[in-house]
Write a protein that binds this ligand. Structure first.
Ligand code: C2E
Ligand code: MG
Ligand code: MG
Length: 767
């Protein structure tokens, strides 16, 4: 007993006194309320002053003596009625029993002339039970036992909480609440979360679990101000032990109705996450209860473990979220999309896959600056996200590509209609710092229905293919992949495979098509055009495979091979025909401009083969100029520095602006075949050709015509002032051996270009 410190004993005494006072309060007509301890086993702190009515001192002495006798064993302990000085007294005696069963004292309530009601008897019993617990804890064994059980409990809870995951969280919280409630013998245990943004206290776990309500749980989400306890614990920082003095009358009335008791003792410990009270762990007893420091400490330990668990789950969820979402727009990313598509297909949901690609976004991005480009993407992402139906899905694939999955895609017409709605949505102007910008997009659609045998990535590739078709057909369109396109796509992927092999197996060849002076027939240059000696299909023209090469990046390898081969060939010709001032032209795709070492590579090829720069001309398409004007200009300046000429191929089709042209180091414009062919029949084509020739004059650029197939075209070109040209009329592209006669002669016969004049010439000699 001596193990309890003086101050502990004082505290116990305080509590015991409070209990006695409360008991007096709830049994208003009691004349005597006292704790009687056995004289041979005193409990520290329990020798508190009895409450004795004015005229009951004598009776109290008698009653106490009798009970003390009972306690020492001569009489069994129990309640009795006793006539003292001709007055009948109702004496209620309830034992104070330690946890191990020893009786160490009794709680006494007495009054004269009245029988005790059942309710009063049970209240006194509850109070003596409470004394028993307090007394147990004041004994050394009791303290140790309780502490050990608490420690065990805490470590058991710790173990469960450590191994909990997001998936088992609910279950573990329910278990924790239950074991704590059982240990503390609580009537109700609660774990509630505080949603400070919405002002709600939200139930996370409870014990016992209530059932029987219809509709939403009335205690599930409750406004803080709807309940004084929630209000009191909303920003709780320290343990809070509410008792009856904290409860309003109205609250006690509710308690009485609900729990059948007006006694109340609670404990709430906060779950602190930094500065915020994330939630509370609370216990309610519909009886009197005193809380031990050790118990509150244990609850605080559990609370901090709960917070740790929550923090860990939050972090895990955040990581999982980041892994599946795009940083910029917060939309699901490619990985999330693939997962979603898989789920939908596994559930046999007909799904339309729409790939939305912004048209020429790069140009816009460079022009507006990246910050504005990002804002444009975010705005478009928000528009898509908020416009789709609940069961649809949208993701960002990266860059300027978005994907929408449309659910229940059973009518192609509906899918098309949705796609066009999306196009309108994307194209609506966006306000970028006062500047209104609108941006079109192209959409490719593939439908994955339940009978489709395509894999998920096949379907994405198909939608992607359809998107390319949409771009090729002039952009700002939505194209649904049809059978024909699908076959072409399959063909394309087969082609890609074979093309890779072709490079390894050395199946590429170079053919050359001459360009001549249309007035004299003199050979000016040859254009190198790549060919593929295909094992099954025979010799294939560049037009049949160069697009695939460009889209797959293979064009980089092909381009380097072509360039090296063209230089090797030119160097051989220079030795063979030293007098011939022959220029070789090489085509380059915009994709090849992405390589940072392009100019060095070209310079190196020239050096190795001893070729002066001016013997080489590089043909680029107008698109390279339009798409990436700055980068293209930088590379072209590099070419000019090493003396290499630059021609703009297919000129007139790509809408390069005059201003752009003026600032580019370009030497030659090649009139696109489509205008050249129409020059004799179509006034419009003729006007275009004429204006390009004028443009060349003004900018001091050479102009040459490609695709000349008829001699009257030559005539017309000469009339308009264009003196250079190439085309089937003069020569098809041919292998180096076939070119030998032309190289030796250095010219084509004039008769080839102007048969009419030839006829005339012949006639004059005849006559
Ligand atoms: P391009 O540079 O405009 O080449 C002209 C294309 O038109 C060639 O087709 C040529 O065979 C064809 N052609 C020439 N004269 C006539 C004619 O009178 N009538 C008709 N109907 N066609 C004529 P090819 O060789 O299939 O090349 C197609 C395109 O592929 C080329 O257009 C060029 O842009 C690209 N290309 C060709 N070789 C290469 C290369 O080595 N590298 C790169 N990057 N692109 C190449
Ligand atoms: Mg060309
Ligand atoms: Mg061309």
């Amino acid at each position: 007993m001596g193990d309890l410190t003086h101050s502990d004993a004082l505290k116990v005494g305080d509590e015991a006194r409070l209990v006695v006072e409360t008991l007096h309060h709830v049994t208003p007509r009691a004349e005597i309320v006292a704790v009687i301890t056995s004289s041979d086993r005193p409990i520290p702190g329990f020798n508190i002053d009895p409450i004795v009515g004015e005229n009951a001192t004598h009776e109290f002495e008698l009653i106490r003596e009798r009970i003390q006798n009972q306690l020492s064993g001569s009489e069994p302990l129990g309640s009795f009625t006793w006539t003292i000085s001709r007055t009948e007294w109702g004496v209620l005696v309830e034992p104070i029993e330690l946890l191990d069963g020893q009786i160490v004292g009794a709680l006494l309530v007495a009054r004269h002339g009245r029988v005790w009601s059942q309710r009063e008897i049970s209240i006194v019993r509850a109070f003596s039970g409470l004394f028993g617990k307090v007394a147990s804890q004041t004994t050394r064994e009791g303290v140790l036992l309780h502490q050990r059980r608490l420690d065990e409990l805490v470590s058991q809870v710790a173990e469960r909480l450590m191994s909990a995951t997001a998936a088992t969280r609910r279950e573990v919280l329910a278990w924790t609440t239950r074991v704590l409630a059982e240990f503390l013998d609580s009537d109700v245990a609660l774990l509630r979360r505080n949603d400070h943004v919405r002002g709600l206290s939200i139930l996370e776990a409870e014990w016992p679990i209530r059932t029987g309500f219809v509709g939403p749980d009335p205690l599930g989400e409750v406004r803080f101000d709807a309940d004084p306890l929630f209000m009191a614990t909303k920003d709780l920082r320290e343990p809070y032990l509410p008792g009856m003095e904290d409860a309003t009358d109205e609250y006690l009335a509710r308690l009485e109705a609900g729990a059948g008791s007006t006694l109340l003792a609670g404990a709430a410990v906060p779950l602190l996450m930094g500065d915020t009270t994330w939630g509370v762990l609370g216990f309610i007893h519909f009886e009197l209860r005193s809380w031990k420091r050790a118990e509150i400490n244990a609850l605080q330990a559990v609370a901090s473990m709960l917070v740790q668990l929550q923090a860990r789950i939050d972090a895990e969820e955040r990581t999982a979220y980041i892994a599946l979402h795009d940083d910029l727009t917060d939309l699901p990313n490619r990985r999330a999309l693939l997962r979603e598509l898989k789920l939908r297909r596994a559930a046999h949901r007909d799904t339309a896959v729409l790939i939305i690609d912004l048209d020429r976004f790069k140009v816009m991005n460079d022009f507006l600056g990246h910050a504005n480009g990002d804002r444009l993407l975010i705005t478009i992402a928000d528009r898509i996200r908020t416009s789709i139906r609940v069961n649809d899905y949208c993701a960002r694939l990266g860059g300027d590509e978005f994907v929408v999955l449309l659910d229940e895609a059973n009518s192609e017409m509906e899918v098309q209609a949705s796609a066009y709605r999306l196009l309108e949505l994307v194209a609506a102007p966006v306000d970028l710092g006062g500047q209104l910008v609108s941006h079109t997009a192209s959409i490719g659609i593939a439908i994955a229905d339940s009978v489709s045998t395509m894999t998920d990535s096949d379907i994405l590739a198909a939608a992607d293919g359809a998107m390319y078709v949409a771009k090729a057909r002039g952009r700002n369109k939505a194209i649904l992949l049809d059978e024909e396109m699908r076959a072409a796509l399959e063909d394309r992927s087969r082609m890609e495979l074979m093309l890779r092999e072709a490079l390894e197996k050395d199946e590429l060849r170079l053919h050359f098509q001459p360009e001549v002076d249309l007035r004299t027939g003199r050979l000016l240059s040859v254009e190198a055009l790549v060919r593929w000696q295909h094992p099954d299909r025979g010799l294939m023209a560049a037009a049949d495979f160069i697009t695939v090469a460009e889209e797959t990046g293979l064009v980089l390898t092909i381009g380097r091979w072509v360039f090296a081969e063209a230089c090797r060939q030119l160097s051989a010709w220079m030795k063979e025909y030293p007098e011939l001032p022959l220029v070789v032209r090489v085509n380059m795709s915009p994709a090849e401009f992405a390589a940072t070492d392009l100019v060095e590579f070209v310079e190196n090829c020239l050096l190795v083969n001893h070729i002066p720069g001016e013997r080489l001309c590089i043909e680029i398409t107008e698109y390279a100029v339009v798409d990436e004007p700055e980068k293209t200009a930088a590379i072209l300046r590099g070419f000019r520095e090493i003396g290499v000429e630059v021609a703009i191929d297919d000129f007139g089709t790509g809408f390069a602006s005059m201003t752009e042209l003026k600032h580019l180091p370009v030497d030659l414009l090649k009139l696109d075949m489509s205008f050249v062919t129409g020059i004799t029949s179509d006034a419009y084509d003729r006007a275009i050709v004429e204006s390009i020739i004028r443009l060349g004059d003004v900018l001091h650029l050479g102009v040459t015509a490609e695709g000349i197939e008829q001699s009257d075209v030559v005539e017309e070109l000469l009339t308009l002032g264009c003196h250079r040209g190439q085309g089937y009329l003069i020569s098809r592209p041919v292998g180096p051996e076939e070119l030998i006669p032309l190289l030796s002669a250095g010219r084509v016969p004039l008769s080839l270009l102007r048969p009419a004049e030839l006829t005339l010439g012949l006639a004059s000699t005849t006559f």
